[in-house]
Design a protein around this ligand. Structure first.
Ligand code: NDP
Length: 283
């Protein structure tokens, strides 16, 4: 029987645990603080930011959204980041991407204090991850690891194939699975014989943005299939990178879209913000 991995339920359970941790911190006089910088008025970004604000409020985390016009200069944005770097009550700083074209995303990410870089995109955190040192990890792959743990799926010794090599999903996912002793291959748009490769995976993680590109013929029977995609099909319905109806019958476990990986991403952001506040409280 195939297990449908329930991200909504797992995230809700983790949030209940987190509430206790926030309460304990507040009793010790520390309120976790999260600053989100939103540049411009991209509607999708505004929705993501609002969801983060709401989730923080539910947990009792202090959150501050800094809304800046899309005409802001790169220097002025970096000044804002520096102000937050120096604000002791702010544990995590997140700059909602994408940024307007005149701003260099890399320069902005690099300006965040790595110990407040709650998105885990700063090269210092990426380096910590690849050298298996403690640090902040990108929220989506962090959330996927929480899902695997919640469903007792141990990557050790498994063959993992990740389709997609972005800095926010594919690459950090590979490092996390490697750190958990999986044998990892990263595939991308130039990979030859992609489906021959995906068919060898015990754990298949797909993050391509290509609606339903993974069909049953691309999956090994009994595989664990993690679908990161958030795509639109021809009817404008939200679907994943995996053809769920075709693949679910042969997988041992699979994440649906929506309700799989998605709900874990914001939960992961909150978990890591609270962990940073705990580190502050512990001096
Ligand atoms: P990117 O566009 O940054 O990266 C996509 C990756 O997939 C690239 O490495 C690309 O290869 C590879 N790729 C694209 N098409 C193919 C193909 N036909 N065959 C093999 N590889 C392919 O995307 P993201 O990593 O940012 O996001 C991926 C998906 O995950 C999107 O649908 C996004 O919406 C979703 N997402 C969901 C989140 C959530 O919280 N649920 C969070 C983040 C993303 P190459 O490098 O060669 O171009």
């Amino acid at each position: 029987m195939t297990v449908t991995i329930d991200g909504k339920l797992t995230a809700a359970n983790l949030m209940t645990e987190l509430q206790d941790r926030v309460r304990a911190l507040k009793e010790r006089g520390t309120t976790p603080g999260l600053a989100v910088i939103l540049v411009g008025d991209d509607s999708a970004s505004a929705i993501y930011v609002r969801n983060k604000e709401r989730r923080a409020a539910d947990l009792g985390i202090y959150s501050e959204v800094i809304r800046l016009p899309d005409t802001i200069s790169q220097t002025a944005l970096i000044d804002e980041i520096n102000r937050l770097n120096q604000t002791p009550t702010i544990d995590g700083i997140l700059v909602q991407l994408p940024l307007p074209a005149h701003i260099d995303e890399t320069a902005i990410i690099n300006a965040i204090n790595p110990d407040k870089d709650v998105d885990g995109f700063h090269p210092v955190n990426v380096g910590r991850l690849w050298t298996n040192q403690p640090g902040i990890v990108a929220s989506t792959p962090f959330g996927i690891m929480q899902l695997l743990k919640a469903y007792d799926i141990d990557p050790e010794g498994k063959r993992a194939v990740i389709v997609g090599r972005s800095n926010i999903v594919g690459r950090p996912m590979a490092a996390l699975l490697l750190n958990q002793h999986a044998t990892v291959t990263i595939a991308h748009s130039r990979t030859k014989d992609l489906f021959e490769l995906t068919k060898t995976a015990d754990i298949l993680v797909v993050a391509t943005g290509q609606a339903k590109m993974i069909t049953a013929a691309a999956v090994k029977p009994g595989a664990v299939v993690i679908d990161v995609g958030m795509d639109r099909d021809e009817n404008n319905k939200l679907v994943g990178d995996v053809d769920f109806d075709a693949v679910a019958p042969i997988a041992s476990a699979i994440t649906p879209v929506p309700g799989g990986v998605g709900p874990m991403t914001i939960a992961s952001l909150m978990i890591q913000t609270v962990a940073l506040a705990e580190a502050r409280a512990n001096g």
